[in-house]
Design a protein. Structure first.
Length: 298
């Protein structure tokens, strides 16, 4: 699928004065509106702030490192086109938004996507060799590499189709919702291993796969599936270096991994269900029941 892709970094680093900033915003109105949050009330503030950012020596260095990490616009355009082609295959009403790349200095979102615009703040994904990195713990930084960009984007795009009841707030709801997002991403990026989708090391993946019955057993034995306590749900589905309640080697966000296994089991048992129907299914309990997910001890 043809993709409009504009690299805004050069134009951004060319900003020296408020007048330059004004011209930059006028030339890229959707970017200014959605990503920079341009409004009449903050127009002057933005016009004054952008030159300070663009002429910052540390950010300029990060810009050069980002350009080295993503040197090939054609390759990036092709990756986006391939992914959007698959989205369109499953969801024919999908239209690829115009895409731009940018260097935000981590002051704005890593990825912004709506029907009108896709912004990839590539400095987030410049990788471990960059002089500056997002202010995140190491276990999260693992996902912020050039190879991690497309998996994260695919999960972002999934939110357009991934339905859930707003009042559904159990552990199981959170697990299955995350599992559907990961499953969607795995179909849009069929050559991407689960380790990259989840941001796990290969050792963590091997450990999880070997101990799947024990992990699932932990949720059942401790009556966790129907817990609505936000703190508990966060412990198993949210960001965390590990989940010592299961085992000190068990990686964080393990509930998402279990959700993916439930969704895959459901799909294997129901090949007639389209991806559109799967993503529209709001009832996590129904998906679990119909998946017959029961990992057995070897």
């Amino acid at each position: 699928m043809p993709v409009q892709l504009q690299r805004l970094e050069r134009a951004f680093f060319g900003i020296k004065t408020p007048a330059d900033a004004q011209r930059f915003m006028d030339a890229h109105p959707a970017f200014a509106r959605y990503y920079l949050q341009r409004q009449p009330a903050n127009e002057k503030e933005l016009a004054a702030g952008l030159p300070q950012l663009a002429t910052n020596a540390a950010l300029q260095q990060l810009g050069r490192e980002t350009a080295a990490a993503f040197p090939d616009s054609a390759a990036l355009r092709q990756d986006l086109g391939e992914m959007f082609r698959r989205v369109h295959h499953y969801f024919p009403d999908f239209h690829a938004p115009p895409a731009v790349t940018y260097v935000s200095g981590f002051l704005s979102k890593d990825i912004y996507v709506n029907d009108s615009l896709l912004v990839l703040s590539l400095d987030w994904f410049a990788g471990p060799k960059a002089s500056k990195r997002p202010d995140l713990p190491q276990y999260m930084l693992r996902r912020y590499t050039p190879a991690g960009l497309m998996p994260m984007l695919a999960q972002n795009v999934s939110s357009k189709y991934n339905r859930h009841e707003l009042t559904a707030n159990t552990m199981l709801d959170a697990m299955v919702h995350a599992g559907k997002s990961l499953y969607f991403a795995s179909l849009m990026l069929p050559c991407t291993p689960d380790s990259l989708l989840l941001g796990y090391t290969s050792r963590e993946m091997v450990g999880l796969e070997a101990n799947e019955p024990r992990v699932w057993g932990h949720f059942l034995e401790n009556n966790l599936l129907y817990s609505t306590t936000p703190f508990l749900v966060q412990k198993y589905v949210g960001e965390r270096p590990n989940v010592p309640e299961i085992d000190k080697t068990c990686p964080g966000r393990v509930g998402r991994w279990v959700g993916l296994q439930i969704v895959r089991k459901y799909v294997a048992s129901h090949p007639e269900v389209s991806l559109g129907r799967l993503m529209a299914e709001k009832n996590a309990q129904r998906l679990l029941n119909d998946s017959h997910y029961r990992p057995m001890k070897n």
